[in-house]
Design a protein around this ligand. Structure first.
Ligand SMILES: [Zn+2]
Length: 230
């Protein structure tokens, strides 16, 4: 490859690609898409199948798979910096810049819907624009997940606080009851042991266990409590 060409073949995201080595002005011809012409009316030509076929019109197709066709290294992009300028009458295709291209930039053109559907859609287009889109989607999904997690945690915390408050209230009620029953129900004590066996896991249980040796209400107090809270 002679060095006055404004491009070189290099490693790209998807394998090899064509990269600018000099500034290329918008509208400038970059390289010709080159290869033998295939005539669809000839059985032999029509049977040829590869990824580098460039259809000029119903009849003529360029077989770009030949080594000399440097343009075959140019990858597809959905938002490209070049285009394929097709001149069916001349049976020629020129790759032309549609933006100013800086040295180091990969040169891309849009391969068109047929190619996209056949080859790129099934595996997912890896062009810059599509990668960016995917990245954005992933970031959004991550953010959404975090948001939902935070929401769930907040909800759990609220629930725990509510339960703790309830437990506290109950414990206080029990203290009150015990105080009232103190004279009568002297023999009823007990139940720290029983309570601990139940409690442990929920914050509410913990709260009760922490606050009292008292708490469990004997069956005898049930009616009283009902009438109090009613
Ligand atoms: Zn794309």
């Amino acid at each position: 490859m002679s060095s006055n060409k404004p491009y070189r073949v290099g490693r790209s995201r998807t394998g090899l690609g064509l990269f600018a080595t000099k500034p290329i002005k918008k509208g400038a011809k970059i390289v010709r898409y080159f290869g033998p012409l295939l005539d669809s009316r000839k059985k032999k030509d029509d049977a040829i199948e590869n990824k580098y076929l460039f259809e000029l019109n119903g009849r003529w197709t360029i077989d770009g798979s030949v080594r000399k066709n440097i343009a075959r290294y140019i990858n597809h992009a959905c938002k490209p910096n070049a285009e394929s300028d097709v001149k069916p009458r001349k049976r020629k295709v020129i790759i032309r810049a549609i933006k100013n291209i800086e040295p180091g930039e990969e040169i891309n053109y849009d391969y068109g819907t047929d190619y996209f559907k056949a080859y790129l859609k099934p595996i997912g287009c890896k062009c810059g624009a599509c990668e960016k889109k995917r990245k954005k989607k992933r970031a959004e999904a991550r953010a959404e997940k975090l948001r939902l997690k935070a929401k769930a945690e907040k909800r759990a915390l609220k629930k725990a606080e509510k339960q703790a408050a309830k437990a506290k209230e109950k414990a206080e009620q029990n203290v009150e009851q015990k105080r009232r029953l103190n004279g009568k129900a002297n023999g009823v004590k007990a139940n720290g042991r029983h309570l601990n066996g139940h409690g442990g896991k929920s914050p509410a249980g913990k709260m009760i266990a922490a606050e009292s040796e008292i708490s469990i209400k004997p069956a005898a107090t049930q009616d009283l409590e009902n009438s109090v809270s009613a």
